[in-house]
Design a protein around this ligand. Sequence first.
Ligand SMILES: Cc1cc2nc3c(=O)[nH]c(=O)nc-3n(C[C@H](O)[C@H](O)[C@H](O)COP(=O)(O)OP(=O)(O)OC[C@H]3O[C@@H](n4cnc5c(N)ncnc54)[C@H](O)[C@@H]3O)c2cc1C
Length: 482
Amino acid sequence: MSIWNKKEIKRDIQRLNKDIEVDILIIGAGITGMTTAYFLKDKNICVVDANRIGHGVTLNTTAKINYFQERVYTKIKNIRDEKSAKKYLKSQISAIKDIKEIIEKENINCDFKMVDSYVFSNKESETQPLKKEIEFLKENNIQVKQKELPNKITQYLSYCVSDTYIFNPIKYLEGIYKILKEKNINIFEETKILKIKKKDDYYICYSNKYKIKTKKVILACHYPYFILPFLLPLRSHIEKSYIVISRVKKDLNFTCISSSSPTYSCRFYNDGDNIYQISLAESHNTSIKQNDEYHFKRVKEIFNLKESDIVITYSNVDIMTPDHMPYIGRLKDNIYIACGYNTWGMTNGVLAARILSDMILNKENEYVEVFNPNRINIANIVDLPNIIFSQTKSFFGPKLVKNKSWYNGNITFINKEGKSLAVYKDEKGNNHIIHNKCPHFGCSLIFNEEEKTWDCPCHSSRFDIDGRCIKGPSNYDISYKE
Ligand SMILES: Cc1cc2nc3c(=O)[nH]c(=O)nc-3n(C[C@H](O)[C@H](O)[C@H](O)COP(=O)(O)OP(=O)(O)OC[C@H]3O[C@@H](n4cnc5c(N)ncnc54)[C@H](O)[C@@H]3O)c2cc1C
């Protein structure tokens, strides 16, 4: 369920139905994969997605196109250096320019509009750090002014910029889809790539039935499903946020986000029939115990939302990197990667598309070095013990305590013939049994009572009550047949 495809776009699905050969294979049709395909549309490319176009993390984004991102620049300055912070700022502004140009040039009707964007401190102790961020922005010629938020969220200090945007990301991707189709580019949906094998100077990418031979592979699949050689689990953590969408009377035409964790943010969306407020809060590292019911309740309290106005609630996850900058570039040989957007994937997805397409087209790009996915810096090393600790906890913790106290009595854990299983009893009393082990890394799963899914606390794979994989990095189901 998402606000972006509430008015469903109907069209046929094309699935991979034979072995094929291309020069460049893009795995993943979210904002990253589709925009990369747009920049490479004159090449011999194809796009595959395990699901439908845009039905990954992009489906449940809040879709603010913004360079005023909490206190990211001072964080990068402290963790890396001032030069990297300046580069990151320039890259975000350049990505916004790219999105605007694509939408205007191709006449994509995606409710794209300019809005004021605010960053505010919701704690008194946060006002000084926020002032530091503003100093950095002003030194870099950003027009930012102190201004009160138009709605009644607790705020001690708030600042506003005016040259930021919002849009409907699914309508944007449908626009890109039409352009790619005019160019006769194949986009195979419901086609999952399970394995990539290098042979001489090309790769064979296997789906469950057919294979694609390609010279270059772009992994735009949010969380690459293999562990080696990138070791992403040791270079990132997963953050989960809770979103509540409610009907409102007035489009206040702004976006806002708090300057510190846990993040609060909101924006508005007018779909032509109704106006919605999209409110987000309660973000946390998935390795800590989650109580979805409580977190959704908190979002409603923070934004003062009336139960009768609420139309959709859901959670969503993104990959967070220790130095707050994404991993974009060549991973190894002819495999390229783009991930770790720290919840700013509208700009970073388009930035990745520009960097990767420039690399493939042998064009200069000033950002290749700063976002190099193989970079090792002090932040990665300092964060490593925390990451290892939280993942070890997720791996062993639930196995030891069996989680029983976390649930309302509708979940039981059993051991059968040496297999660790979990049983969910639904409202009608039917049992749904799954293997309680994520195929990606072996972590035990947590049942998400609100959305009725099994979620992996380690790297955010999700499975439905019968064990079908609905989100990677796991590529496999965990269904159990008696
Ligand atoms: C709560 C929340 C709010 C956010 N709000 C904002 C915001 O306001 N502004 C902003 O800039 N960013 C925001 N973000 C971040 C942004 O939504 C994401 O970073 C971005 O959508 C990621 O896009 P993507 O294309 O990389 O991944 P996805 O959209 O997840 O696309 C990856 C695709 O790869 C496919 N795939 C995966 N594995 C395989 C496989 N094995 N074979 C084939 N296909 C595969 C998936 O099906 C999926 O469609 C938010 C994130 C969250 C969690």
